[in-house]
Ligand binder design. Structure first.
Ligand SMILES: [Zn+2]
Length: 160
């Protein structure tokens, strides 16, 4: 199973982007969740043979942009979706697997992932990779930002 980037990291990144860009954070989070919620079950039940297919496809993402162009309310969902693909791609580059970026070309490009392990074996492999440590730093920075914000809010409340 190729499961780049921890699922909660996708959701947290989308939430932060929503706050930064002043867009609906919940809709961005939904968009960021969709690729794995669509493609992983499809592979688990045997509809496709890879864990990154239609919802991880750049051509499908571009086609989705047409929907966004017609219905602007879907923009945050599309941006969350795009952020998921971007983070998966960054993970593969950080972990030295640039050829796995070919996943973005599905279905026009068929490729065999460099890493293809069952879930538990993949998790064991993943926690020793550079990408996992990058994610730990990101989570640490996020936790620090939340704590800083809370302490400044409580100082403001005490003053007021
Ligand atoms: Zn993914």
């Amino acid at each position: 199973m190729d499961h780049p980037v921890l699922f909660p990291t996708h959701l947290a990144a989308a939430y932060v982007l929503g706050k930064r860009w002043d867009l609906s954070a919940p809709l961005l989070v939904v968009g960021a969740a969709l690729p794995d919620l669509i493609d992983k079950p499809a592979a688990l039940v045997g509809i496709v043979d890879l864990y990154q297919t239609a919802a991880h496809s750049l051509p499908v993402l571009v086609a989705g942009f047409v929907v966004v162009f017609l219905r602007r309310a879907w923009t945050p969902v599309w941006l969350g979706w795009a952020s998921h693909l971007a983070l998966d791609a960054v993970h593969m580059i950080v972990n030295g697997r640039p050829t796995d970026l070919l996943f973005l070309g599905w279905p026009a490009i068929r490729h065999t992932p460099v890493i293809s392990l069952p879930p538990i074996a993949f998790a064991r492999y993943y926690v020793a990779t550079p990408s996992f440590f990058v994610e730990c730093v990101v989570w640490g920075a996020l936790a620090a930002a939340i704590l800083r914000r809370r302490s400044s809010e409580s100082r403001t409340e005490r003053r007021g």
